[in-house]
Design a protein around this ligand. Structure first.
Ligand code: PLP
Length: 444
């Protein structure tokens, strides 16, 4: 079982001493060393084997044993480890062709970067150039990245911190409501009408409407089936492109290659990262339709990165997609997702502090509540950045002490295991949650 208290080893001490940790006060930065991995598990330096039901912020969708990727990366490093993006390499060309094949409809051409954040920034520039407009409309319950424009487009609590951490938002970012029925004053239909009205009130100056088709770190919010197609219609009526941020939901997570397909929608632009290489290499992509790509035949694509289309990362991406295909992991996510859904719903019936189960495929979550009648969160949005432990944190820590790691965020236990899991893994995770949820039940 994963121990929560352990003696700091040399690596943890060095890391603490010389590395600045992400999204944390450094006084709270006390990382545990992961020294090994096996299948869907991470193993600490103390030898604790932890079943990973987070996929590390929804990254390691292929688990930790994808030999094909290791071989492809190794081979590429030994042949062409790097050339600048002005040259052509086989892994980039073949990966771009493959992405055209697996993305919906006429999505065809891809621009590469190294993080989901950058993929979204690139999408903004493309949408602006294509439409000749400048604003980006996104939603309050969203996360799109950490740099100036992507963070400003996010509705995440990380955008609104005040005091010494404050970062001014870039201009031209507009926020609309979410299709979030549970505990919200607007129903999904009203939220669409609101966005329609907003686009008009902005004088049709919005270049792109940016959404996570199925929201991730802001609480695994699932829209009604007709939401995304209707949003696309509304965006197009106002001359804006639909940008789907599939950084979390891409690559089989929902039981389809992309969540846009799940909702029968062809976005004008899709952004992706994480699952693209199963996170064996840092790689992100912005794929656009043939029509949008056509615009750049005559107009400058005024964007580039030294590591755009990095050959080693592209080799990892290609090998990852071949692994999803060969192991039939997209269908598997659908099957295992159905089993997980049944088990999570049974869990919700047993535990009064589970307010709602949401999500599709292996992109699910449970939201906690202090009250069975109405939604009263254990962790409010502002708590996310406060550093103070919440009941949600305690539930996560308890599951970890039972040997299963979950990502907890914005009052929600995010349940996003690698697509390679089996029913026994689900049973193990549910058993850990069963114990952990006693904490929230008792805190009601
Ligand atoms: N978009 C979504 C939906 C995400 O979940 C994330 C990261 O979690 C990002 C964008 C940013 O990606 P990155 O952390 O690779 O910059």
């Amino acid at each position: 079982m994963a121990s929560q208290q352990h003696e700091k080893n040399e690596i943890e001490r060095l890391d603490r001493e010389y590395t600045l940790g992400t999204w944390t006060r450094q006084a709270d930065f006390n990382p545990t060393q992961i020294a090994d991995t096996e299948g869907p598990r991470i193993v600490t330096a103390d030898g604790d084997s932890i079943l990973d039901f987070s996929s590390q912020y929804v990254c390691t969708s292929l688990g930790y044993d994808a030999e094909r990727i290791a071989d492809a990366v190794n081979e590429q490093i030994r042949t062409v480890p790097y050339v600048n993006p002005g040259w052509s390499t086989e892994p980039r060309a073949r990966l771009s062709e493959k992405l055209a094949e697996i993305t919906p409809g006429s999505l065809k051409k891809t621009f590469y970067s190294t993080s989901g954040t950058e993929a979204n920034e690139v999408a903004f520039k493309i949408a602006r150039s294509y439409t000749g407009k400048h604003k980006i409309l996104s939603r309050y319950r969203s996360y799109h990245g950490a740099t100036a424009a992507s963070l400003s487009a996010s509705g995440d609590p990380r955008r609104v911190v005040q005091g010494p951490e404050i970062q001014p938002e870039v201009p031209g970012m507009v926020k609309g409501p979410d299709p979030y029925a549970y505990g919200s004053s607007l129903d999904p239909e009203q939220s669409l009408e609101y966005i329609d009205e907003m686009l008009g009130l902005e004088g049709d100056t919005v270049a792109g409407v940016l959404v996570e088709p199925l929201v991730g770190s802001n609480g695994v919010l699932t829209p009604p089936d007709d939401y995304l197609p209707r949003l696309k219609e509304i965006a197009h009526d106002h001359g804006a492109l639909l940008i789907c941020d599939e950084v979390m939901t891409g690559f089989g997570r929902t039981g389809e290659w992309f969540a846009s397909t799940l909702y029968e929608t062809e976005p004008d632009i899709i952004t992706m990262a994480k699952g693209l290489t199963g996170s064996y290499q840092p790689l992100a992509a912005t794929t656009v339709t043939e029509e949008v790509a056509e615009h750049f035949e005559e107009h400058l694509l005024n964007q580039g990165h030294t590591f755009s289309g990095h050959p080693t990362a592209c080799a990892a991406g290609l090998a990852a997609i071949e692994t999803y295909e060969e192991e039939n992991l997209v269908d598997r996510a659908k099957e295992m997702g159905a089993y997980l859904k049944t088990e999570l719903e049974a869990l919700a019936d047993r535990h009064p502090s589970v307010g709602e189960r949401r999500g599709v495929g292996l992109h699910q979550g449970i939201e906690l509540t202090r009250s069975e009648e109405k939604r009263v969160p254990f962790e409010r949005r502002e708590d996310k950045m406060s550093g103070e432990p919440t009941v949600l944190n305690e539930v996560g820590a308890s599951a970890l002490s039972e040997g299963v790691y979950f990502y907890t965020s914005v009052n929600t236990i995010v349940v996003t295991p690698p697509l390679t899991i089996d029913e026994d893994d689900v049973d193990e995770a549910i058993a850990a949650l069963d114990v952990a949820l006693e904490i929230s039940d008792n805190a009601m």
